[in-house]
Ligand binder design. Structure first.
Ligand code: FMN
Length: 387
């Protein structure tokens, strides 16, 4: 076992362990940050089961509203959620206030999630380039109109439904406008703001700027949830204490460590930190595969998701002297990623567990930069220069 992990086994709870969203008292003060193509119902179920059902808030992958002439609930598989996932939010994105309001009203009335969220953070060219997602940060009057119309639609739909917003700190470092976004959001009746501490131009590169997140939290009357690079109980605690946020949203950190919400809840409940063994980490693939198949995924689809998880999760393996990227850890990752099908990946996970992985520990908290090699190679920010 790692020495420093031993020392950190009991993490003191922060001064804040819950936050309030209208009538909901949320514990722990965490959100599984939405990730398109990742946080579908089976992935959310995986995190929920591994965390003993203590997830804070769950939210859908983002749902487009621009495409259809008339918003059609049946056309969007991201809208499916299960009663045990509550409290659950549905996130929508688009650039037309009337379409956003129509979608929000239909979702609220038919599906009755616990809240609706507007996305003003997505950096992808096909979203931001067309003026929605983080594109709204370049057109705050339009963002204001969207929030106004969605809020009015929710107020008038006869269902008790708070509106929340998720944004980045601005379009680029020359135009950081997150305090203005906060002012508009509060003015239009938004009841919680999640701030991802990067600009759109940054994509997922570099590290999130928590100083800006802290400034927003200090200025806000509504709960502000900080987001960006939280990957351990220790980091979650430090962010809540040092930046005054009401809670933290965790995205990629949950792919590296799907137990993270339970570990946070344990710490906030005064329990010792649960150390996950390499064997337990390798067992997770079988569980996830079962959830994907039960959810109607094809075998090929499930294989893709197993590899997506393996690529992140295996980065947490190291030798017990904390050697990062050790040969054995690399060998485990390569063996899983080069499997020819899901069955082979599951077989390999089992043999590795009984073989070389016995020498490994699982300590994803030591990863500082959650960018995958691919994201770094792509020079994500450069793609958007001047657009
Ligand atoms: C593959 C991927 C898909 C994402 N999809 C969404 C999305 O649908 N809605 C959203 O608000 N943010 C989305 N995000 C952003 C994350 O929710 C989060 O803000 C970001 O990854 C930073 O947090 P992290 O450092 O904890 O990962 C996505 C991120 C990734 C990596």
């Amino acid at each position: 076992m790692l020495k420093d992990v031993e020392n950190l086994e009991k993490v003191e709870k922060p001064s804040r362990t819950t936050f309030r969203l209208r009538n909901l008292e949320v514990f722990p003060n965490t959100i599984l940050s939405p990730m398109d193509g990742v946080t579908d119902a089976p992935f959310r179920r995986l995190c929920r089961v591994l965390s003993g059902d203590r997830m804070g808030l769950l939210v859908s992958e983002f749902v487009p509203t621009d495409g259809d002439a008339v918003f059609n609930l049946e056309g969007h598989k991201q809208l499916r959620f299960f009663p045990e996932e509550r409290p659950f939010g549905v996130q929508i994105f688009g650039r037309f206030p009337d379409k956003m309001a129509d979608a929000a009203r239909k979702i609220a009335v038919a599906l009755k999630p616990d809240y609706i969220e507007v996305n003003a953070g997505c950096p992808a060219p096909k979203v931001a380039g067309k003026g929605s997602g983080s594109g709204l940060l370049r057109d705050l009057p339009r963002l204001q109109e969207i929030l106004h119309d969605v809020c009015a639609a929710l107020d008038g739909c006869g269902v008790d439904m708070p509106l929340t917003l998720k944004c980045r700190i601005g379009w680029d470092s020359e135009s950081i406008n997150v305090l203005e976004t906060l002012r508009i959001a509060e003015g239009e009746g938004v009841e919680m703001l999640t701030v991802h501490g990067r600009t759109r131009l940054q994509g997922y590169n570099g590290l999130a700027d928590w100083d800006w997140i802290g400034k927003v939290a200090a200025a806000a009357r509504i709960p502000v949830i900080g987001n960006g690079d939280v990957n351990s109980v220790e980091v979650a605690r430090e962010r809540i204490e040092n930046y005054g946020v009401s809670g933290v949203a965790i995205g990629r950190g949950a792919m590296h460590n799907p137990w993270i919400f339970g570990q946070i809840a344990d710490a906030w409940e005064g329990k010792p930190k649960r150390v996950i063994t390499a064997g337990e980490a390798l067992d997770v693939f079988k569980l996830y595969y079962g959830f994907k198949i039960e959810d109607g995924s094809t075998d090929k689809g499930a294989e893709g998701r197993l590899k997506q998880l393996a690529a992140r999760l295996c980065k947490g393996f190291c030798l017990d002297d904390a050697t990062s990227g050790s040969d054995v850890a690399m060998q485990v990752r390569q063996a899983l990623l080069s499997s020819s099908c899901a069955a082979e990946l599951l077989d390999r996970a089992q043999s590795l567990k009984e073989g070389v992985a016995k020498d490994l520990v699982f300590d994803p908290g030591r990863l500082v930069n959650l960018n995958g090699a691919k994201e770094t190679e792509l020079k994500f920010g450069d793609q958007f220069k001047g657009r």
